[in-house]
Design a protein around this ligand. Structure first.
Ligand SMILES: [Fe+2]
Length: 457
């Protein structure tokens, strides 16, 4: 990704958008697809229309890429734009100054909850999709949702409730929401934060919510120039712990950083809150935000400076209510993103966390990594060649007893952009060759997040 002379971000190689929607059937497979992988792997990401330019790599209309697996076969691939108001040309700001949350590109994630398939973006309403990836329309849960909805809601593995939030550039800056297991929006409450910041993710534990209040702040001067957020050295950084059933947030100061993605959070036996996430040092933020078209103080920090500050690595914060202090620990020195886990352990003490290594600046090739957070060991699946992996989604085996019994599904592309495969890895042994590779009929641009939607629930 490079910035061209007119300020547009040029998306090339594995990032280059595709120009159209296609369908293909009976996809060729190398290896053996586990028959119990019967369902659809769906992945969202930005894909501008032909001829459109983007001023920031996070913009661009959402496009869902879907692969249908059944009984050991790869039945179909299809891709569809998410048809939001923005795709139809509706303005985000209406003539009367109000905002149209349906006129935002829903390009970040796709999930299923309570029978609804939803395309998500943090700055707008979710959009409901059919199983065949056609867009039904914006979803505001019967008129009860009046804020945007994060692309990273969290489903409680025991109750089936969906916890999420919306952030805004005008008060209320942060609003907390909860869906019941059957998809009804049953609770919304404002969360008191010092100012408007970019809040990409959060965490839940068995009893608490964890808020990220980090120094990437809204700046009205940047409106109309891509993403209107910039680093602010004066804002500070804190993690907030709030009881799930409401109540005051207790804030814990941490070293300034940014976190797009939390891996997981949980409560230990001493009542401390443990939060694992991918931490961007200030220099790493500067380097990466600049590279994708964001406004930074300089031209992007040199990689050595970013690495010296900790890069984009897996960190752990332990928040101790007894002392009011946060302890911070770097868990690894690989530059990673897209942390995932067995979703049965969201908010619980997980042993394993998976992530994608994109560390070419340090001379490391693309890989999927598995962290053993208790034993300390890591396993990697080296992709070989100049290939990059998207987020690796964990699918538990039907009879899996161990936390890591299951598969990782990820779309892997070569950096030059000539083709893509859906890789199926055995999560118990990442160093083994892929269980199967589904050869996709076209290059799938590297994007953001996806889900495995099994036929049987
Ligand atoms: Fe994300």
């Amino acid at each position: 990704m490079t910035e061209s002379a007119n300020g547009a971000v040029r998306l090339d190689g594995h990032l280059e958008p595709v120009p159209d929607e296609i369908d293909a059937v009976n996809l060729p497979v190398t290896g053996v697809l586990p028959p119990e992988l019967t369902g659809r792997y769906l992945r969202n990401g930005p894909n501008p229309l032909p001829g459109e330019t983007s001023s920031h790599g996070f913009l661009g209309h959402g496009m869902i890429h879907g692969v249908r697996l059944r009984d050991g076969r790869a039945e179909w691939y299809r891709n569809r734009w998410v048809r939001t108001g923005r795709l139809a040309g509706d303005p985000f700001v209406r003539p009367d100054g109000t905002r149209d949350l349906a006129a935002v590109a829903a390009n970040t994630h796709v999930i299923e909850h309570s029978g609804r398939l939803l395309a998500l973006v943090e700055s707008g309403f979710p959009h409901a999709l059919t199983p065949d990836l056609d867009t039904l329309g914006p979803c505001d849960f019967g008129g009860r949702l009046t804020t945007a909805m994060t692309a990273h809601p969290k489903e409680d593995p025991d109750t089936g409730e969906l916890f999420f939030f919306g952030y805004g550039i005008r008060p209320p800056y942060l609003t907390y929401h909860r869906l019941s297991a059957d998809g009804e929006l049953v609770h919304s409450a404002e969360v008191d934060v010092p100012g408007p910041t970019m809040v990409h993710d959060f965490a839940i534990t068995r009893n608490h919510l964890v808020w990220l209040d980090l120094p990437v702040v809204f700046d009205g001067e940047l409106l109309g120039r891509g993403m209107p957020f910039r680093w602010d050295d004066g804002y500070g950084a804190r993690l907030g712990v709030m009881p799930r059933n409401g109540g005051a947030v207790r804030w814990f100061e941490i070293e300034p950083c940014y976190v797009f993605h939390v891996g997981n959070a949980w409560e230990d036996e001493a009542g401390r809150i443990v939060v694992d996430g991918v931490r961007y040092s200030p220099a790493a933020w500067d380097r990466i935000w600049s590279a994708i078209g964001g406004v930074t103080s300089g031209a992007g920090a040199p990689v050595a400076a970013a690495a010296a500050q900790g890069g984009t690595c897996l960190y752990r914060w332990v928040l101790d209510p007894a002392t009011g202090r946060a302890r911070e620990e770097q868990l690894d020195d690989r530059w990673v993103e897209f942390p995932t886990l067995n979703d049965d352990l969201v908010g619980r003490g997980n042993r394993y966390l998976y992530a994608v290594v994109d560390d070419s600046a340090a001379g490391r090739t693309g890989a999927v990594v598995k962290y053993d957070l208790r034993g300390g060991a890591t396993q990697t699946h080296e992709l070989g060649g100049d290939r990059v992996s998207g987020e690796a989604v964990f699918v538990p085996a039907a009879d899996g007893r161990a936390e890591d019994e299951g598969w990782l599904l990820s779309i892997v592309s070569d950096r030059a952009g000539t083709g893509s495969d859906l890789l199926v890895l055995d999560a118990t042994d990442l160093s083994a060759p892929p269980v199967a590779s589904v050869h996709l009929p076209r290059r799938v641009p590297s994007g953001f997040h996806g889900s495995w939607i099994p036929d049987a629930h």
